[in-house]
Write a protein that binds this ligand. Sequence first.
Ligand SMILES: Nc1ncnc2c1ncn2[C@@H]1O[C@H](COP(=O)(O)OP(=O)(O)O)[C@@H](O)[C@H]1O
Ligand SMILES: [Mg+2]
Length: 203
Amino acid sequence: MFITLEGGEGAGKSTQAALLADALCARGLPVLRTREPGGAPGAELLRGLLLGGTTDWSQRAETLLHFAARAEHVEKTIRPALAAGMWVVCDRFYDSTLAYQGYGQGADRDFIQALIGLVGLTPDLTIVLDVPDAVGASRLRGRGGAADRYERLDTAFHARVNAGFRAIAAAAPERCVLLTAEPGIEAVHASIMTAVARGSRTG
Ligand SMILES: Nc1ncnc2c1ncn2[C@@H]1O[C@H](COP(=O)(O)OP(=O)(O)O)[C@@H](O)[C@H]1O
Ligand SMILES: [Mg+2]
């Protein structure tokens, strides 16, 4: 199965991706945990360009850089793992481009949807973690470390991203499960395991 975790800053994606991968491993399943932007050497170089620096990219260029990184990630990392029978747990995937560049930055959503159609790979299950805007912001502060290019954007941007993720989940109920990520880490993990069990029976 190819499972993606999505949501705004501080929703708990990275925390939950690690817990999910560990839980699957504990069941003896072969698991690859990966992330975007990045997940392959060339894609990690593009991650540096996208998350670091101060370049004011044109919207289409920024969108295409995310999809360039994704093309590399899919071809070099995700497809080979799936072909080898592994479970792939990915921290962010194409929904993040729609939420951040489309809903957040106002890039042309039809342009992004067309590129999504060209990726040629759809997650079997997408967990969308939803937290109130203020909760995500406060978790981010608690996590510490230097803020990246997107984390530095204002609260209105992050509110648009969070609303975008809710719209994305509502538009694709056969693939997406929207979970409130406000309860504690273990409670959210349990909800994710339930969603995965349900998804792997029907998928
Ligand atoms: N359910 C939760 N309740 C409380 N704190 C959480 C929860 N999930 C994650 N955190 C904390 O919030 C911070 C951000 O979590 P992280 O997994 O890095 O979010 P993301 O990858 O979505 O930005 C971390 O310090 C993490 O320990
Ligand atoms: Mg993270």
